[in-house]
Design a protein around this ligand. Structure first.
Ligand code: C2O
Ligand code: CU
Ligand code: CU
Length: 480
């Protein structure tokens, strides 16, 4: 079962394949038994304790990912200096990738590639979590649609804690059909992970000290972090930008809007580009979700401040707060015209679903004694009910009903799905294109359609309000 699990110390001595990945870090001769053909990109990603300055005064103890490039172009890894955010990984569609995860924490962990469609062991079902000082090698071909994804820990019951303490990074897939469009690239392609944190007097993180309330609501902070740092003014030129956003918060939902009233132009979501840009006055971004915005600042005034904000959920309730402050402070450098359309997305046809007449229902509930549940059940590793068993190469309709008032972002591992219907009429949802995480508002029902292709095995589905997920608002489904 743990065929890919390597004891780091042992393998270094024995000279097994595990050594290979560390060859550039340690002065060992390159002796290795090669398991796969040569990868195009090879990275060692380690998780460790870090101590950094986030606020004025004392440092904060956190956890961080650190990446070392063993093979491939240096553009694969980009770092955010001075914060806790993991490096952004940029892969090209079709690349063969080898990533060695080195667990230098003092607890179990494993990395999940959120949004990627991978076989069970690389998708990191929690049963693959490795012990401290062990490593795990991922080898896969990036056959994903280009887009904005992310990576984070996924050990059973500890995911919320480890992400809160800093373990997360963005993963961008480039190339493929995106190459045919003149989209903003390089310095005009920006990515931001938005998170909130709560601190104690001594600048150490405060986690779940609010007891039951924090568990019920999910952990929310009062201090905003963008890419692992307190937000700073982002200086732009009068150009068009692609702005990739990830809500990497444990539990906080944002209602995005531009401060100058300009509608948001959305070009992509969880699964990459939409069929065509869509405009929204505001947009919800729930934990785990991504959205790619496009904005051309050529008509902005020099030194104009334009902020990406989160606005009140109900009119008159509170005031907007700034997520990312932008300032236009340089003249235009390039010309960019947003295409009217992107590649068509094939609509999954409900008539062809295995269960066209009887969608599988899952209910998001609060159950006495156990807290947040799915169908009244909490997570029980690899315990699947009949409806949680699906046939390989089939397509099914799943329906999520939220019986309570609190919204739940439902994330399903494996390939991405399409949303068929949503009960409510709020315009702030981006339900087109491919999704892997969908927000089910209070009292709402959402129907989606999903294919189960390529890989058999156990895959989790869970609430991406991380405290809910860790509490047990999670199930496995099994592809057979
Ligand atoms: Cu982003 Cu199962 O998680
Ligand atoms: Cu995932
Ligand atoms: Cu939830």
């Amino acid at each position: 079962m743990y065929s890919n699990r390597r004891n780091f110390l042992k393998s270094s001595i024995a000279g097994t394949a595990g050594l290979y990945s560390f060859s550039s870090l340690f002065p060992f001769p390159k002796v290795y038994a090669q398991s796969l053909s040569e990868p195009d990109v090879e990275i060692v990603l380690s998780a460790k304790k870090i101590n950094i300055s986030l606020l004025t005064g004392q440092n904060t103890s956190m956890l961080g990912y650190e990446a070392k490039l063993v093979r491939g172009d240096s553009s694969v890894i980009s770092l955010f200096q001075g914060g806790y955010m993991g490096p952004t990984l940029r892969f090209k569609q079709g690349q063969k990738v080898r990533i060695t995860f080195q667990n230098d924490l003092d607890e179990k962990s494993i990395i999940h590639w959120h949004g990627l469609h991978l076989e069970e062991k690389y998708d990191s079902h929690p049963s693959y979590a490795i012990d401290p000082k062990n490593s795990f090698i991922y080898e896969f071909t990036v056959n994903q649609r280009p887009g904005t994804y992310w990576y984070h820990p996924h050990p059973h019951g500890r995911t919320a804690y480890q992400i809160y303490y800093g373990l997360a990074g963005m993963l961008i897939v480039e190339g493929g059909h995106e190459d045919q469009y003149d989209l903003p690239r390089g310095e005009f392609d920006l990515n931001y992970c938005i998170q909130d944190r709560l601190f104690k007097e001594d600048n150490s993180l405060s986690y779940l000290e609010g007891g039951g309330h924090d568990l019920m609501m999910g952990m929310m902070g009062d201090t905003l972090f963008v890419n692992g740092k307190r937000p700073i003014i982002e200086k732009l030129s009068k150009d068009a930008y692609r702005i990739r956003l990830l809500n990497g918060s444990n539990a906080r939902l944002y209602k995005l809007a531009w401060s100058d009233g300009e509608p948001l132009t959305v070009i992509g979501n969880d699964g990459g580009l939409l069929e065509a840009p869509e405009k929204r006055e505001y947009l919800y971004l729930a934990p785990g979700e991504r959205v790619d915005l496009y904005r051309n600042f050529s008509n902005s005034n020099l030194y104009e401040s334009i902020n990406l904000q989160s606005i009140p959920f109900q009119q008159g309730q509170g005031s907007p707060f700034t997520l990312i402050p932008f300032e236009v402070n340089a003249e235009q450098k390039t010309q960019n015209v947003l295409p009217d359309n992107f590649s068509p997305i094939q609509k999954l046809d409900p008539i062809l679903a295995e269960n066209y007449d009887s969608p599988k229902k899952f209910t998001m509930e609060m159950t006495q004694g156990t807290g947040w549940t799915i169908d009244g059940l909490t997570y029980s590793m690899k315990q699947v009910r009949e409806k949680e068993t699906v046939k390989l190469n089939s397509m099914e309709i799943w329906e999520f009903e939220n019986k309570m008032g609190m919204p739940h972002p439902v994330h399903i591992h494996g390939s991405q799905f399409q949303i068929l219907s949503r009960m409510g009429s709020d315009i702030g949802f981006m339900d087109s294109g491919w999704k892997d995480t969908v927000l089910i508002a209070g009292g709402e029902t959402v129907r989606l359609i999903k294919k189960f292709e390529d890989y058999t095995g156990y895959f989790p589905l869970h609430c991406h309000n991380l405290e809910h997920g860790s509490m047990g608002m999670m199930r496995d489904f099994k592809v057979v």
